[in-house]
Design a protein around this ligand. Structure first.
Ligand SMILES: Cc1cc2nc3c(=O)[nH]c(=O)nc-3n(C[C@H](O)[C@H](O)[C@H](O)COP(=O)(O)O)c2cc1C
Length: 449
């Protein structure tokens, strides 16, 4: 079983920052370094940081509900800098940052992740997102977003270019022969001369090939286009599900898609997100979950749902059910909330609270109770592991590490020591050979913009 931690460089889950044991240290390196040490003690594969490039204003065309409620998009530090500080105090923990292919440039991103991979001796991972907020577009010279189709076309070319840049130094190009002198062998460092629909990049990169070949690539696309993209490029796929059954369906589908792209399905790891609440007794865990739920302001949850769906939910009556809507944002989250709304007959107000404070996967209890649930999902074909959210930071990670991890280890489901030197090795993924990504780019050139 593999474990990733969903860490937020900001207040995290709605309401979590109001929990009495929550520590509001988001603006200091020490806060993240302590979390990194906790996760490494728990032998987590990686720490993952989501990201967004705006303060969302999708609820009532205002940032008010995000800021007032400390909702998920209210405050976010730049994850790459946060990861560098965590890398400095750990030796094994993988470090994953979200960077958007829609608003960044391949040279900068390839360089940043190659740098992080070198600085941490092979522990870097990139969560590739295509972004889905109009408010993000407005921070990058545009009035509106590119349509989803175009965002994914750009992302395909972006990854193709990044791969070429990482390959632009052959593995043994850096010689460091002071006598000769031969610092780097010029015949082993290549321009890439890429000219495509979206990018023109000469290369080479000014950083040698990363220790992992390519950093680990993570993706969480939920539309048909997104799932296809993920199956083509990703080493790790994040998802969220409201039931074991939908997780099993997704797992089967993605593994089939990966095989259809000529990949070994075992080289694609699927990690659903969970938000367990753990306590010394089942009773205490339930009380904690209830308190955390009480602390979620419904408009904080709704404002986050509005930005995830990219739909202004302030236009619907709060005491009626969410009607069917067109979702320009995350289809997977929409499927999930429809399932919850129908199953539990929730009004929009109740859904806001649920969305902010629900215990994803329903894992509440002692370490053994939670381990039972995780074992079931893992052994019944729903996942290769989990992306663990803490109901509040940083204590939620400490609870999980001290109470759930030992149970998983006792059952032989989870490592007691890191197996490998790099994140790829710990995830059971092979090191990427130069040129490997050329086969993954779509065969058809992108259509004109
Ligand atoms: C667990 C999870 C985490 C995600 N994290 C981010 C994120 O940090 N930033 C972001 O822009 N999108 C994030 N997304 C959204 C996805 O990357 C993707 O853009 C979204 O699911 C829309 O995909 P689609 O266009 O295929 O529907 C996340 C999605 C999931 C399920």
């Amino acid at each position: 079983m593999h474990l990733a931690a969903f860490v937020t460089a900001g207040p995290g889950r709605p309401g979590g920052w109001r929990y009495p044991d929550s520590v509001p240290g988001w603006l200091g390196a020490e806060y993240y370094q302590n979390i990194a040490r906790t996760l490494e003690d728990g032998r987590f594969d990686l720490a993952f940081f989501a990201d967004i490039l705006s303060v969302p204003d999708r609820f009532g065309s205002s940032t008010d509900s995000q800021l007032r409620n400390g909702a998920l998009g209210s405050l976010r530090l730049d994850p790459l800098h946060v990861l560098t500080s965590m890398g400095a105090v750990t030796k094994h923990l993988g470090l994953a940052a979200t960077v958007s292919t829609t608003y960044a440039q391949p040279f900068t991103v390839a360089r940043s992740f190659a740098t992080l991979d070198h600085l941490t001796a092979g522990r870097a991972a990139w969560n590739v997102v295509t972004s889905f907020q109009e408010s993000e577009a407005r921070n990058f010279n545009r009035d509106e977003q590119f349509p989803r189709e175009k965002r994914y076309e750009r992302a395909d070319e972006f990854l193709e270019v990044a791969g070429k840049l990482w390959d632009s130094w052959e593995d043994d190009a850096l010689v460091l022969d002071a006598q000769a002198p031969l610092f780097a062998e010029p015949s082993k460092v290549h321009a890439i001369d890429h000219k495509g629909e979206w990018f023109t990049v000469q290369g080479p990169l000014n950083v040698p090939r990363p220790p992992q070949g390519y950093p680990v690539v993570i993706q969480a696309g939920a539309s048909a286009k997104g799932k296809d993209f993920a199956a083509r490029w990703s080493d790790v796929i994040f998802c969220s599900h409201a039931s074991l059954e939908s997780a099993q369906d997704f797992y089967r589908e993605i593994k089939e898609r990966a095989a259809a792209h000529g990949r070994d399905p075992r080289q694609v790891k699927i990690l659903p997100s969970i938000a367990p609440v753990v306590g010394p007794t089942t009773e205490v865990a339930r009380q904690t979950a209830d308190l955390l739920f009480d602390l979620v302001p419904p408009l904080g949850g709704l404002s986050t749902l509005a930005y995830h769906l990219d739909v202004d939910l302030s236009t619907f009556p709060l005491d009626e059910r969410l009607p069917d809507v067109e979702v320009p944002g995350v289809e997977g989250h929409y499927r999930e909330v429809r399932e919850i709304t129908e199953r539990e007959g929730l009004t929009l107000r109740e859904l806001g609270k649920q969305y902010g404070g629900r215990v994803e996967g329903g894992f509440v209890g002692t370490g053994a109770d939670v381990a039972d649930g995780l074992e079931q999902w893992f052994t019944e074909g729903a996942c290769d592991g989990f992306m663990v959210q803490a109901p509040y930071q940083p204590g939620g990670f400490e609870d999980f590490t001290r109470q759930v991890v030992p149970e998983l280890q006792k059952r032989g489901l989870f490592r007691t020591e890191y197996e490998g030197a790099t994140l790829r090795e710990n995830l059971g993924l092979h090191r990427s050979e130069a040129g490997e990504w050329s086969n993954r780019a779509p065969k058809q050139p992108s259509a004109a913009k």
